[in-house]
Design a protein around this ligand. Sequence first.
Ligand SMILES: Cc1cc2nc3c(=O)[nH]c(=O)nc-3n(C[C@H](O)[C@H](O)[C@H](O)COP(=O)(O)O)c2cc1C
Length: 185
Amino acid sequence: MSNVYNVAVVVGSLRKASINRKVALALAELAPANLKLNIVEIGELPLYNEDIDGDSPPAAYSTFRQKVGSSDALLFVTPEYNRSVPAPLKNAIDVGSRPYGKSVWSGKPGAVISVSPGAIGGFGANQHLRQSFVFLNVPCMQQPEAYLGGAGTAFDDAGKLNESVKPFLQSFINAFGEWVAQHKK
Ligand SMILES: Cc1cc2nc3c(=O)[nH]c(=O)nc-3n(C[C@H](O)[C@H](O)[C@H](O)COP(=O)(O)O)c2cc1C
Protein backbone atom coordinates (compact mmCIF):
# COMPACT_ATOMS: atom_id res chain seq x y z
CA MET A 1 0.00 0.00 0.00
CA SER A 2 1.31 3.48 -0.82
CA ASN A 3 2.05 6.06 1.86
CA VAL A 4 -0.54 8.52 3.06
CA TYR A 5 0.70 12.08 3.54
CA ASN A 6 -0.77 14.64 5.94
CA VAL A 7 -1.31 17.96 4.22
CA ALA A 8 -1.56 21.16 6.26
CA VAL A 9 -4.08 23.33 4.45
CA VAL A 10 -3.82 27.07 5.05
CA VAL A 11 -6.82 29.16 3.98
CA GLY A 12 -6.13 32.82 3.33
CA SER A 13 -9.60 34.07 4.26
CA LEU A 14 -11.01 34.30 7.80
CA ARG A 15 -14.61 34.80 6.66
CA LYS A 16 -17.18 32.28 7.88
CA ALA A 17 -18.74 32.11 4.42
CA SER A 18 -15.38 32.11 2.64
CA ILE A 19 -15.40 30.65 -0.86
CA ASN A 20 -11.75 29.71 -0.34
CA ARG A 21 -12.64 27.65 2.71
CA LYS A 22 -15.33 25.90 0.68
CA VAL A 23 -12.78 25.16 -2.02
CA ALA A 24 -10.37 23.79 0.60
CA LEU A 25 -13.08 21.49 1.94
CA ALA A 26 -14.03 20.41 -1.57
CA LEU A 27 -10.38 19.58 -2.28
CA ALA A 28 -10.27 17.50 0.90
CA GLU A 29 -13.21 15.48 -0.46
CA LEU A 30 -11.66 15.09 -3.91
CA ALA A 31 -8.14 14.29 -2.69
CA PRO A 32 -6.50 11.11 -3.94
CA ALA A 33 -5.99 8.27 -1.48
CA ASN A 34 -2.39 9.27 -0.70
CA LEU A 35 -3.36 12.69 0.71
CA LYS A 36 -5.15 13.55 3.93
CA LEU A 37 -6.04 17.25 4.05
CA ASN A 38 -6.51 19.14 7.32
CA ILE A 39 -7.12 22.87 7.64
CA VAL A 40 -4.72 24.56 10.07
CA GLU A 41 -6.41 27.68 11.42
CA ILE A 42 -4.62 31.04 11.27
CA GLY A 43 -7.24 33.48 12.61
CA GLU A 44 -6.04 33.49 16.21
CA LEU A 45 -2.36 34.14 15.49
CA PRO A 46 -1.21 37.46 16.98
CA LEU A 47 0.50 39.72 14.46
CA TYR A 48 4.09 38.57 14.24
CA ASN A 49 6.34 40.48 16.62
CA GLU A 50 9.80 39.27 17.61
CA ASP A 51 9.34 40.90 21.02
CA ILE A 52 6.68 38.36 22.01
CA ASP A 53 8.43 35.40 20.36
CA GLY A 54 11.47 33.49 21.62
CA ASP A 55 11.64 31.28 24.70
CA SER A 56 7.97 31.61 25.60
CA PRO A 57 6.02 32.43 22.45
CA PRO A 58 2.23 32.88 22.45
CA ALA A 59 0.45 29.53 22.67
CA ALA A 60 -1.17 30.19 19.29
CA TYR A 61 2.29 30.43 17.66
CA SER A 62 3.41 27.15 19.24
CA THR A 63 0.23 25.28 18.28
CA PHE A 64 0.43 26.53 14.72
CA ARG A 65 4.11 25.63 14.39
CA GLN A 66 3.47 22.17 15.82
CA LYS A 67 0.59 21.48 13.41
CA VAL A 68 2.44 22.65 10.32
CA GLY A 69 5.75 21.17 11.44
CA SER A 70 4.28 17.72 11.90
CA SER A 71 2.65 17.71 8.46
CA ASP A 72 4.18 16.22 5.33
CA ALA A 73 3.05 18.78 2.78
CA LEU A 74 1.43 22.20 2.40
CA LEU A 75 -1.58 23.43 0.47
CA PHE A 76 -2.44 27.14 0.32
CA VAL A 77 -5.94 28.16 -0.74
CA THR A 78 -6.23 31.90 -0.86
CA PRO A 79 -8.04 34.95 -2.12
CA GLU A 80 -6.19 37.98 -3.36
CA TYR A 81 -6.34 41.21 -1.39
CA ASN A 82 -5.30 44.30 -3.31
CA ARG A 83 -3.45 42.15 -5.83
CA SER A 84 -1.39 40.41 -3.14
CA VAL A 85 -1.46 37.93 -0.26
CA PRO A 86 -4.10 38.66 2.44
CA ALA A 87 -2.47 39.93 5.65
CA PRO A 88 -3.62 37.02 7.87
CA LEU A 89 -1.98 34.54 5.51
CA LYS A 90 1.25 36.53 5.26
CA ASN A 91 1.26 36.74 9.05
CA ALA A 92 0.89 32.95 9.31
CA ILE A 93 3.79 32.51 6.91
CA ASP A 94 5.93 34.83 9.02
CA VAL A 95 4.99 33.07 12.26
CA GLY A 96 5.89 29.69 10.78
CA SER A 97 9.20 30.98 9.45
CA ARG A 98 10.57 31.86 12.91
CA PRO A 99 12.58 31.35 15.10
CA TYR A 100 15.31 31.83 12.53
CA GLY A 101 16.66 28.48 11.35
CA LYS A 102 13.61 26.58 12.61
CA SER A 103 11.08 27.38 9.89
CA VAL A 104 8.28 24.83 9.79
CA TRP A 105 7.84 25.36 6.05
CA SER A 106 11.28 24.36 4.90
CA GLY A 107 11.52 21.38 2.58
CA LYS A 108 7.83 20.52 2.55
CA PRO A 109 6.29 20.13 -0.90
CA GLY A 110 3.54 22.66 -1.48
CA ALA A 111 0.96 23.96 -3.88
CA VAL A 112 -1.20 27.05 -4.18
CA ILE A 113 -4.64 27.64 -5.58
CA SER A 114 -6.02 31.15 -5.61
CA VAL A 115 -9.75 31.73 -5.71
CA SER A 116 -11.65 34.91 -6.49
CA PRO A 117 -15.07 36.01 -7.74
CA GLY A 118 -13.03 38.27 -10.04
CA ALA A 119 -11.93 37.43 -13.54
CA ILE A 120 -8.22 36.84 -12.99
CA GLY A 121 -8.55 34.35 -10.16
CA GLY A 122 -6.22 35.91 -7.62
CA PHE A 123 -3.19 35.81 -9.88
CA GLY A 124 -1.33 38.45 -7.84
CA ALA A 125 -1.68 36.59 -4.54
CA ASN A 126 -0.73 33.32 -6.16
CA GLN A 127 2.46 34.73 -7.66
CA HIS A 128 3.47 36.67 -4.53
CA LEU A 129 3.08 33.48 -2.48
CA ARG A 130 5.34 31.65 -4.88
CA GLN A 131 7.95 34.36 -4.35
CA SER A 132 7.93 33.64 -0.60
CA PHE A 133 8.12 29.90 -1.25
CA VAL A 134 11.48 30.35 -2.98
CA PHE A 135 12.97 31.90 0.13
CA LEU A 136 11.14 29.50 2.48
CA ASN A 137 12.49 26.48 0.58
CA VAL A 138 9.02 25.16 -0.22
CA PRO A 139 9.19 23.21 -3.48
CA CYS A 140 5.97 24.49 -5.04
CA MET A 141 4.15 22.51 -7.72
CA GLN A 142 4.64 24.45 -10.94
CA GLN A 143 1.91 22.87 -13.02
CA PRO A 144 -0.97 22.95 -13.15
CA GLU A 145 -1.13 26.56 -12.02
CA ALA A 146 -4.48 27.06 -10.35
CA TYR A 147 -6.38 30.35 -10.58
CA LEU A 148 -10.07 29.86 -9.94
CA GLY A 149 -11.80 32.98 -11.25
CA GLY A 150 -15.52 33.67 -11.33
CA ALA A 151 -15.71 31.70 -8.10
CA GLY A 152 -18.88 33.43 -6.93
CA THR A 153 -20.82 30.69 -8.70
CA ALA A 154 -18.55 27.78 -7.73
CA PHE A 155 -21.00 26.67 -5.02
CA ASP A 156 -24.78 26.75 -4.93
CA ASP A 157 -26.82 28.18 -2.04
CA ALA A 158 -26.67 24.83 -0.27
CA GLY A 159 -22.87 24.88 -0.51
CA LYS A 160 -22.67 22.17 -3.17
CA LEU A 161 -19.78 22.38 -5.62
CA ASN A 162 -20.80 23.30 -9.16
CA GLU A 163 -20.18 20.25 -11.37
CA SER A 164 -18.47 22.41 -13.98
CA VAL A 165 -15.71 23.34 -11.49
CA LYS A 166 -15.12 19.81 -10.25
CA PRO A 167 -12.82 18.56 -13.04
CA PHE A 168 -10.52 21.56 -12.55
CA LEU A 169 -10.21 20.92 -8.81
CA GLN A 170 -9.87 17.18 -9.35
CA SER A 171 -7.00 17.51 -11.81
CA PHE A 172 -5.25 20.00 -9.51
CA ILE A 173 -5.44 17.83 -6.41
CA ASN A 174 -4.51 14.68 -8.33
CA ALA A 175 -1.39 16.41 -9.65
CA PHE A 176 -0.58 17.55 -6.13
CA GLY A 177 -0.84 13.95 -4.90
CA GLU A 178 1.78 12.99 -7.47
CA TRP A 179 3.94 16.00 -6.58
CA VAL A 180 3.95 15.12 -2.89
CA ALA A 181 4.72 11.46 -3.54
CA GLN A 182 7.59 12.43 -5.84
CA HIS A 183 9.12 14.65 -3.15
CA LYS A 184 8.71 12.12 -0.40
CA LYS A 185 10.55 9.36 -2.26
C1 LIG B 1 -9.48 43.96 1.47
C2 LIG B 1 -9.94 43.24 0.23
C3 LIG B 1 -9.20 43.35 -0.93
C4 LIG B 1 -9.58 42.66 -2.08
N1 LIG B 1 -8.80 42.72 -3.21
C5 LIG B 1 -9.07 41.91 -4.24
C6 LIG B 1 -8.16 41.81 -5.32
O1 LIG B 1 -7.11 42.41 -5.38
N2 LIG B 1 -8.47 40.95 -6.34
C7 LIG B 1 -9.62 40.20 -6.32
O2 LIG B 1 -9.84 39.43 -7.25
N3 LIG B 1 -10.51 40.29 -5.32
C8 LIG B 1 -10.26 41.11 -4.27
N4 LIG B 1 -11.12 41.18 -3.22
C9 LIG B 1 -12.39 40.43 -3.28
C10 LIG B 1 -12.21 39.00 -2.80
O3 LIG B 1 -11.70 38.22 -3.86
C11 LIG B 1 -13.55 38.44 -2.35
O4 LIG B 1 -13.97 39.17 -1.22
C12 LIG B 1 -13.47 36.96 -2.05
O5 LIG B 1 -14.76 36.47 -1.85
C13 LIG B 1 -12.59 36.69 -0.85
O6 LIG B 1 -12.46 35.30 -0.67
P1 LIG B 1 -13.35 34.52 0.39
O7 LIG B 1 -14.73 34.37 -0.19
O8 LIG B 1 -12.68 33.20 0.54
O9 LIG B 1 -13.38 35.32 1.66
C14 LIG B 1 -10.76 41.88 -2.07
C15 LIG B 1 -11.51 41.77 -0.88
C16 LIG B 1 -11.10 42.42 0.25
C17 LIG B 1 -11.91 42.28 1.53
